[in-house]
Structures are given as C-alpha cells and as structure tokens.
Design a protein around this ligand. Structure first.
Ligand SMILES: [Fe+2]
Ligand SMILES: [Fe+2]
Length: 304
C-alpha cells in the first residue's frame, strides 16, 4: 500500500478521535473540578503522588517538541500530536491546582519545583514513528491504570476534587491509548513483520517517562507502588496482554520476533537510563510466562 493510502487510513483514525473528543470529552480544569470540595487534610503520601504525576506531565514541552517531529510526515499522526498536547496540558494544570488549593503545596513551592524540573530534559525513548506509536499505546494505557488507582485512593481519603482530577485525566489517557492502539493495528496490517519486531523491541525496553529527570524519582515511584498497588504484574495483566489481544497478536508471534531484535542496539531512552543509573544496580527483570519473558516490564511506572 502506498504511503498516501496509509496516510489516509491514519487520517480517518484521527478524524474519529478528534470528533469524539470534541463531542464527548472536552473539559476545563478550572470549571469542571469541584474545587469547593477540595479536602485540606489528606495524607502527605497522596499529595506526594499527585506532585510526582504533575512532574512527569510537566515535561510536555519535550514530549511535544520531540514527539511531533518524528511523525511530521504523516498528517493524521502529527495533528493527533497537536491535539494530544492540548489535552495533556490540562493534566498537569489540574494536578498543580489541586496541590495549591488543597494547601499541600504553596504556589512558591509549586513553581520552584517546576523550575527545577526544567533543568533536565526528557530523552525520546525510541527513534522511529512506529516504535513511538507502540510506546504510546503502552504508556498511555499504563497511565490510565495508574490514574484509576489513584482515583480510588482519593475516594478512600475523601477528596472529591482530587477524585475528579484523576477521573478526567484517566479518561483522556484511555482515549490516547485507543488512538495509538488503532494505529498499531493498522501498521500490523500494512507492515506485519516489521511491526511485530518493533512491538517486541519496545516491550523489551519499555520504561515510563521520569527516570533520571524527576527529582528523587525512585523513592517517589516506590511510594506510588505502595499507594496505588501498581507493579510489574499489573503492567502485564492490565496493559501489555490486553494490547496483544486487541491487536490480535499471540505471545508466540512475539517470541519469534525475539531473534530479529536480539542484535538491535539499545534505543535512546534505554541508553539514557543506563547512563543515569551507571554505578547503580538496575532492577532485575521479572521473568514472565511464555513470550512475555521477552518483556522487561517497566521499573518506573508513572504517568503522562
Ligand atoms: Fe495521555
Ligand atoms: Fe497525561
């Protein structure tokens, strides 16, 4: 199939995504959160998690600048990137507003923290459009799962405002995941072997954004795991295996691709993380069943 036919298919996916977003999913972080119901005495742990998610969402300038360039030749994918950026921009704003309105952080603390974040730059984890699309499908769904679990924490601690923040953010993340999944499905139809190899490669080196750029990231993630009960098994069960099912791939398909990708050099994100962690001992990958043993589930689960 020609590039223009493929571009037309992606455009149709984008048109569906955008139309639905305009009709059903637009929201305003200043008006659609019940800010009068913000609870002032929630736990410090809940606030620290919110701050961590705000931090990861705050590298939006890097995500946009790098991510949109790699899909620039494909109209639908590039325009999705622009819309994605608009939607993501609300996630950090909603979390930032909650941190200040709950009294858990002062404005000075929030903006000092923001300035500190911008001292570091996010490195794009993979270098091709296809690999970044696969990465997006996993990362967005993982983020959805994490936000849903944090929403439950907000309910337990009795803060309707924070609950709404996580609910609205999660709904966007699910929509992003679906767009990426549909593009991956289309790529499988068009470039099956190459796409399967890329799925195996991205799964093997998958990490959520935040490692090496968010201050005290490992400690923050440890707390988030305790708070949100999100770990590697959850990643496999709620994110990776459902993706395989949706796109119609088996673990055997992926296992076959293992030989193809064995000699591929480390992708940029894995090189960056390795350099950050040099001297430290990276967490061992937990072996999973069947072809899932090809997958190194993320040691760092945090949202975008
Ligand atoms: Fe997202
Ligand atoms: Fe987000």
């Amino acid at each position: 199939m020609s590039d223009s036919r493929q571009a037309e298919k992606v455009y149709k996916l984008y048109a569906e995504f955008f139309d639905k977003a305009e009709q059903e999913r637009r929201w305003n972080p200043f008006r659609d959160i019940p800010w009068n119901d913000v609870k002032k005495d929630v736990s410090d742990d809940l606030a620290l998690c919110a701050e961590t998610f705000m931090a990861v969402e705050s590298y939006l300038p890097d995500y946009v600048a790098n991510g949109i360039q790699v899909v620039r030749p494909w109209f639908g994918r590039a325009w999705f990137g622009a819309n994605w950026a608009y939607e993501e921009s609300k996630h950090s704003v909603a979390l930032l507003e909650w941190l200040m309105r709950s009294g858990k952080r002062t404005p000075e603390q929030v903006f000092d923290f923001q300035a500190k974040l911008m001292e570091k730059k996010w490195v794009m984890p993979f270098s091709t459009a296809r690999q970044m699309t696969i990465y997006g499908s996993l990362q967005e769904m993982a983020t959805f799962v994490i936000y849903c679990r944090q929403e439950q924490r907000a309910i337990v601690e009795g803060c309707p405002a924070l609950r709404a923040v996580y609910r609205l953010n999660a709904r966007d993340e699910m929509a992003h995941a679906h767009f990426y999944e549909n593009v991956v499905k289309m790529l499988l139809e068009e470039e099956r072997e190459e796409t399967i190899a890329d799925i195996a490669f991205v799964a093997k080196h998958f990490e959520m954004p935040g490692v090496g750029i968010v201050p005290e990231y490992d400690a923050r993630i440890e707390l988030m795991r305790e708070q949100g009960q999100v770990d590697r098994d959850v990643f496999l069960q709620k994110v990776f295996f459902p993706l395989l099912k949706y796109i119609g791939l088996s673990r055997i398909d992926l296992a076959r691709a293992g030989a193809t990708i064995r000699e591929w050099p480390l992708p940029p994100g894995a090189q960056f993380i390795a350099s950050v962690r040099k001297g430290g001992s990276p967490e061992p990958a937990r072996a999973a069943v069947g072809a899932a043993s090809q997958v190194t589930p993320p040691s760092s689960l945090a949202p975008v």
